[in-house]
Design a protein around this ligand. Structure first.
Ligand code: AMP
Ligand code: MN
Ligand code: MN
Ligand code: MN
Length: 281
C-alpha cells in the first residue's frame, strides 16, 4: 500500500508516541508500523524529541526506516499552527533550548487549565492528566482523563465540551514564533512542513499569506495527504503545493490504535503532479 505513484514504498511522516500525546511507546509504534506495512516512519512528537533514540533502535529491529522528526507548536497571527520538522537532529542545542522553554509554557498552561477545572468543581483533573502523561503534557491528556472518569464519552467530546478555544476550560498559550520554529528546524538540519493544513480553517487570503511567510523563512513542504483531510481538501492542498512550489508530504498523525480515523500508515495517495518530499532526500 504505497503512497507514492512511482513505487510501492509506504511512507508515514507524522506520528506520535508516549513522549508526547501518543499512547504507544516508540518501540510499540515501530512494531505496529511494521505490522501495518509502513516502510518509512517519522516520529513527530509535540515539542519534544525524547522518543528518537528508542525509536531508532526499534526501527532497525523492525526493519523500518526511521525519520527523526518533531511537531512544533507555533503562534502565527494569534493562531495555533503546527509545523512538522523532518530529519531533525535532536542533539541541536538551540532547538533543545527552545523546546525547554516551550515545554515550560505548556506546563504553566496545563496548571491554568487545572485551575479552570477546579473552578467548575473538578479539582482532580490536573493531577489526573499529569498522571497520564509520561512526557510532554497536552490537552489530549486532559481529554483522556475525562474519558477515563466517564465525564465524557470520548476524546472528541472532551475537546468539544471543555478544551477547544471558547470552551469552559480553554487556556491560550503563546507558542514559538514561526521564525524561531523554522530556524530551529533548519539549524537541526531538517525540513519544515506545514502539518494538517486544512484544519486551520483560514480564509484563502490568510492561508496564502501564511504560506508566503512560511516559504520566505525557508519552509519547503506541506502535508497534502493526512488523516484529517477529505479527498477534496487533499486535492486543494495539492494545488497550493503546486502553486507555491512546495513538496508534498503524507502523514497519518497517528496517536492511538483505538482511533479509527488516523491509523498508522493509512493515508490517501498523493494526487498526480505532486512532488513528494522524499524525492528531495
Ligand atoms: P495541545 O498541544 O496541548 O494544545 O494539544 C493538542 C492536541 O490535542 C493535538 O495534537 C491533538 O492530538 C489533540 N486535539 C486537538 N483538537 C482535538 C479535537 N477536536 N479532538 C480530538 N483531539 C484533538
Ligand atoms: Mn497530538
Ligand atoms: Mn498537529
Ligand atoms: Mn500530530
Amino acid at each position: 500500500m504505497g503512497n507514492n505513484a512511482l513505487s510501492a514504498i509506504c511512507y508515514d511522516l507524522h506520528s506520535h508516541s508516549t513522549a508526547s500525546d501518543g499512547v504507544l511507546t516508540p518501540t510499540e509504534l515501530m512494531q505496529l508500523a511494521a505490522r501495518n506495512g509502513v516502510d518509512v516512519l517519522a516520529l513527530t512528537d509535540h515539542d519534544c524529541t525524547d522518543g528518537h533514540a528508542e525509536a531508532a533502535a526499534a526501527a532497525s529491529e523492525a526493519g523500518i526506516q526511521f525519520v527523526p522528526g518533531i511537531e512544533l507548536s507555533v503562534s502565527w497571527r494569534k493562531r495555533l499552527i503546527h509545523i512538522v520538522g523532518l530529519h531533525v537532529d535532536g542533539e541541536y542545542g538551540a532547538m533543545q533550548a527552545g523546546l525547554v522553554e516551550l515545554r515550560a509554557r505548556r506546563q504553566l498552561r496545563a496548571e491554568a487549565i487545572g485551575v479552570k477545572f477546579e473552578k467548575i468543581g473538578m479539582p482532580d483533573v490536573y493531577g489526573g492528566a499529569c498522571a497520564l502523561a509520561s512526557g510532554v503534557v497536552s490537552r489530549s491528556h486532559f481529554a483522556m482523563y475525562l474519558v477515563e472518569q466517564g465525564v465524557v464519552k470520548d476524546v472528541q467530546q472532551a475537546f468539544k465540551q471543555y478544551l477547544l478555544k471558547g470552551k469552559r476550560c480553554y487556556v491560550g498559550c503563546e507558542w514559538a514564533s514561526l521564525e524561531d520554529a523554522l530556524a530551529w528546524i533548519h539549524g537541526a538540519g531538517g525540513q519544515a512542513v506545514v502539518a494538517h493544513p486544512a484544519r486551520y480553517k483560514m480564509s484563502r487570503t490568510l492561508f496564502q499569506a501564511f504560506l508566503e511567510d512560511f516559504k520566505a523563512l525557508g519552509g519547503v513542504g506541506i502535508e497534502v495527504a493526512c488523516s484529517s483531510h477529505n479527498s477534496e481538501e487533499t486535492r486543494q492542498m495539492a494545488k497550493y503545493a503546486e502553486a507555491l512550489e512546495l513538496f508534498a508530504s503524507v502523514g497519518s498523525d497517528f496517536h492511538s490504535p483505538h482511533n479509527n480515523w488516523a491509523k498508522l500508515g493509512y493515508v490517501q495517495a498523493l494526487p498526480e503532479g505532486c512532488r513528494p518530499i522524499w524525492q528531495s532526500w
